[in-house]
Design a binder for this molecule. Structure first.
Ligand code: TXA
Ligand code: MG
Length: 331
């Protein structure tokens, strides 16, 4: 039998496991846990319970002006905590859920203001991960879940990533393997004229969204944008100084010996291979997204003086990858 000890100091030693029963029991006790999704791992708690939601902000050290996404298991289940759903939102929901799409929809009183940072809309998503869908189906409440990383750091794409950073703060992480998509969901909302707008580039490309609902506005860089207050320019950042360079003009000085690179298809010349991560030798953007955060973490753990990265082709999923790289490099 597994034993969980809540120490006097209110700290834990997180266990990684596959028990939905245990996961539920912690969630019923308002203790946030790690959950897998196809995008990144989430730090989940009862979205209806302000005490549980407050714990998420505390664990992540996240400012309360940065709202949380609420996860549920079906479009029908949505109506318990949202008001009307815009017809274009419905088209997107039917096309992309379960999947890496978050819709901003008007909330009802069941969602505490803390979840949405006081905004009238709540971000909602049905994740495409069998373990988490089973968990959501077995709970009488939806789960508020931001990415399970300390605020500002790289999002986790394995259960071990979550454990590495939050082990003493949460009791349990549901094992769900490496996230298949590897970057966060695309966030779509509607402005006061009901014009659809993408607030965060993510696992579903602009082209895929526009194929379903026509032209959309793109407003991803929005640290001052009240509709997506969490999209701060500097984000997803490794601790090691991180720079974007152009391969053609990158000159590697011998004076620097402890530098690493994050490359798209092939390593840079003159730098030890051990300090270089290639995202996709085939040049596949899907594979590059899948490997992105893992590669950033591994480079960050090497104790390098600097990490240099190149942007990937700025099409499809490449736009979301480049968005993360630019935020990681932003000061
Ligand atoms: O793929 C994902 O979306 C992952 C997985 C766990 O579902 N979640 C995720 O959550 O990336 P998080 O908290 O790291 O990023 C959510 C961002 C916020 O920073 C904010 O910009 C935006 O979503 N957001 C959430 N609710 C919002 C709202 N009501 N209005 C505007 N923006 C919102
Ligand atoms: Mg996040």
């Amino acid at each position: 039998m597994e034993v969980f000890i809540l120490m006097k100091t209110n700290t834990f030693e997180a266990q990684i496991g596959t028990s939905l029963e245990l996961a539920c029991s912690f969630l019923y006790s308002n203790l946030p846990i790690g959950i897998p999704t196809e995008t990144v791992y989430g730090l989940a708690a009862n979205a209806y319970e302000p005490m549980a939601v407050a714990r998420i902000f505390e664990i992540k050290n996240r400012p309360t002006f940065d709202p949380l996404i609420v996860h549920t298991y079906s479009i029908e289940a949505l109506s318990e905590f949202t008001k009307a759903i815009h017809p274009k939102a419905m088209l997107l929901a039917e096309r992309f859920w379960p999947g890496p799409l978050t819709l901003l929809l008007p909330k009802n009183h069941k969602i505490p203001d803390l979840v949405t940072s006081g905004l009238p809309n709540v971000g909602v998503r049905i994740p495409a991960h069998p373990v988490t869908l089973d968990l959501l189906r077995s709970l009488p409440f939806p789960l508020a879940a931001p990415s399970a990383n300390p605020f500002g750091y790289i999002s986790p794409t394995t259960a071990t990533h979550v454990k590495d950073q939050l082990s003493d703060k949460i009791p349990y992480i549901l094992e769900g393997g490496k996230c298949t998509i590897g970057v966060e969901s695309t966030i779509v909302g509607f402005d006061e004229y009901l014009k659809p707008t993408i607030f965060r580039l993510g696992g579903i490309s602009i082209e895929e969204i526009e194929a379903v609902i026509g032209k959309v506005e793109i407003k991803p860089f929005s640290s001052s944008n009240p509709h997506a207050p969490g999209m701060l320019k500097s984000h997803y950042a490794p601790r090691t100084p991180f720079f974007i360079v152009q391969r053609q003009s990158f000159y590697f000085s011998d004076a620097l010996n402890a530098v690493g690179t994050l490359c798209f298809r092939e390593p840079f010349p003159n730098i030890p291979k051990a300090f270089q991560k290639v995202l996709s030798t085939k040049g596949c953007l899907k594979e590059a997204a899948h490997n992105l955060f893992c590669a950033m973490r591994e480079l960050d753990s090497l104790g390098l003086e600097a990490i240099f990265c190149e942007l990937v082709p700025d099409v499809g999923l490449g736009k979301a990858i480049n968005d993360r790289l630019k935020r990681a490099a932003a000061k």
